[in-house]
Design a protein. Structure first.
Length: 210
């Protein structure tokens, strides 16, 4: 998965299309998540991965996805409820959102590859469901692209496994996505830059084990 998002600047010209810059998020985001670090409880035992904090729970397995060559951590994959939720956090403007624009970019890129794509609504807002073909086995696997705009950040998730079709598994993955805390930080990053991730400290790793 790409660790940055190169999308148009939203300008309008003779051959350009207006971009929806409104924030895409559930009305109760600030109460139920995904949360900004300023909204989260300071006493909960989060696993601190830098720009993303994850609340441990029974049955959750956490993996860090590393970029070949640079060995930079570019995503967090959470295995839970027979599903995988891969998450990334990106910098965003303070007053506008990115998910509508990014979703359009994903649709254009993947449909250009001949992939089948369906746009649907979930509790977070609009999502994309994409049928990916395994080149080795020719098997078709559907994945879901979800996103939520927060204060100066976009949290993007890719869902695979049981939560694509099973409602009970989907509810569990949605609750997991809501439990994530995003730490934007004070770095002057341009919009769409990947927020930095890191290996958890010994203290947070111990909390995860408990």
């Amino acid at each position: 998965m790409n660790d940055s998002m190169e999308v148009s600047d939203g300008g309008v010209g003779d051959n350009e299309v207006l971009v929806d810059e409104t924030k895409s998020a559930p009305d109760d985001r600030a109460e139920r998540g995904p949360l900004d670090v300023a909204e989260a409880s300071a006493v909960r035992p989060y696993v601190d991965l830098g720009s993303i904090k994850v609340l441990p729970r029974e049955g959750l397995q956490l993996r860090l996805d590393v970029e070949d060559g640079t060995q930079r951590i570019v995503a967090v994959s959470l295995d839970y409820a027979d599903s995988t939720l891969q998450v990334q956090a990106f910098s965003a403007p303070r007053s506008t959102g990115l998910w509508h624009e990014v979703r359009g970019q994903i649709f254009t890129q993947l449909s250009g590859q001949g992939l089948s794509i369906v746009e649907q609504e979930n509790e977070f807002g609009p999502e994309l469901q994409v049928d990916l073909v395994n080149q080795a086995t020719a098997a078709v696997n559907r994945v879901r692209f979800v996103g939520v705009d927060g204060p100066r950040w976009l949290l993007r998730g890719v869902v695979s496994g049981a939560a694509v079709n099973d409602l009970d598994a989907a509810d569990k993955i949605h609750e997991l996505f809501r439990s994530i805390v995003v730490v934007r930080g004070d770095l002057p990053l341009p919009p769409r830059d990947l927020l930095p991730l890191r290996v958890p400290t010994a203290a947070t790793a111990a909390a995860e084990a408990e």
